[in-house]
Design a binder for this molecule. Structure first.
Ligand code: NAD
Ligand code: TYD
Length: 334
């Protein structure tokens, strides 16, 4: 089987490529990635020499590039996206372009090439916030941010290509991932690395917002299960079952690193900040999948990974990042 993975130089995509190459000795992977600020070939150093793996730098919004890489492909797994809510508030255009238009370009090429399976990687954020209970795959979409609205737009194109053209599509919607190789601007890596550097941890609002955290390889196993066993035309929620509020996560990180709570700095809340995400994952579990990691020990392992791999994240915190950081947090203390 030859799989086209798009956005494979990012956090989840790189973990997924590693899993596929390890698990299936006869699979080939082509990784198409634009290498935006979030794409990082360091994430795949250990597999770059594998002869079953090929990297192509290119944009999913470019039909010519996409047409070329789609040749002889059996399945497409689309991770490529602008993925950070805060950046989508600062500037939605790239999100709409990549997450909606780019998805369309991939779908059209998959149709032209008669690809056997097209799997779209989506997010629980498309359902919006929920106070009590959990969303299932048939619930309406009610996205809050330009990011989640763009992801919802991509999902709609996927569903339309299935209904109209019979393209064998699948969608996974996962909860918040954490683990090795996550970009330092996202909550858990930002707070781990800031704490290591004795810098403040900018916590939005009162810190009571709840996310359901999933260890990244548990999500990748779920994606693999859906890719191989999922019913075409269907959507599968993939959650970790680890709902925690942000202040709890923050305190856990500080406790693991032996750093003081005085590093926590309350900053003004994110605009449109969803209070809680929660998804019902019984459909994915019916495929035989379930998350294997215990949250507390996976968080400890993740902290240890960032402690052991300073070479990986210190580069990310260069000038460009400091500029972003200033704009995002400076003068916003509560
Ligand atoms: P990421 O930002 O770490 O990686 C995104 C990758 O896509 C990068 O390598 C980037 O270079 C590439 N990319 C961006 N625009 C591109 C384009 N136009 N053409 C080709 N490549 C492009 O993101 P991630 O956290 O790994 O998320 C991967 C996917 O999973 C995204 O679709 C995201 O919406 C979804 N998702 C993420 C989470 C999470 O917690 N991280 C949760 C649910 C769903
Ligand atoms: P994030 O990692 O951006 O994921 P998402 O917003 O897509 O769920 O943020 C996770 C939670 O952490 C979210 O409730 C916002 C909060 N947060 C902070 O409090 N401070 C920060 O600096 C960041 C990046 C996030």
């Amino acid at each position: 089987m030859k799989i086209l993975v798009t956005g494979g130089a990012g956090f989840i995509g790189s973990n997924f490529i590693r899993l596929i190459l390890e698990k299936y000795g006869d699979y080939e992977v082509v990784n198409l990635d634009k290498l935006t600020y979030a794409g990082n070939l360091d994430n795949l150093r250990d597999v770059e020499k594998d002869e079953r793996y090929r990297f192509v730098q290119g944009d999913i919004c470019d039909p010519q590039v996409v047409d070329k890489v789609m040749n002889g492909v059996d399945a497409v797994v689309n991770f490529a996206a602008e993925s950070h809510v805060d950046r989508s508030i600062g500037g939605p255009a790239d999100f709409i372009h990549t997450d909606v238009y780019g998805t369309y370009v991939l779908l059209e090429a998959a149709r032209q090439h008669g690809v056997g399976r097209y799997l779209q990687i989506s997010t629980d954020e498309v359902y919006g916030s929920i106070r009590d209970g959990s969303f299932s795959e048939t619930d309406i979409l009610d996205p809050s941010s330009p990011y989640s609205a763009s992801k919802a737009g991509g999902d709609m194109q996927v569903m339309a290509y299935h209904t109209t053209f019979g393209l064998p599509t699948l969608i996974t919607r996962s909860s918040n991932n954490f683990g090795p190789y996550q970009h330092v601007e996202k909550l858990i890596p930002l707070f781990i690395t800031n704490a290591m550097e004795e810098r403040e941890l900018p916590l939005y609002g009162d810190g009571t917002n709840v996310r359901d955290w999933i260890y990244v390889t548990d999500n990748c196993e779920g994606i693999d299960a859906v890719l191989h066993e999922g019913e075409v035309g269907r959507i599968y929620n993939i959650g970790g079952g680890n709902e925690r509020d942000n202040i709890t996560i923050t305190r856990m990180i500080l406790e693991i690193l032996g750093k003081p709570e005085s590093l926590i700095k309350r900053v003004s809340d994110r605009l449109g900040h969803d209070f809680r995400y929660s998804i019902d994952c019984s459909r994915a579990r019916a495929l035989g999948w379930s998350p294997a990691h215990d949250f507390e020990s996976a968080l400890r392992e993740t902290v240890q990974w960032y402690v052991d791999n300073r070479w990986w994240w210190e580069k990310q915190k260069g000038e460009e990042f400091q500029e972003y950081y200033k704009q995002q947090y400076e003068g916003k203390s509560e």
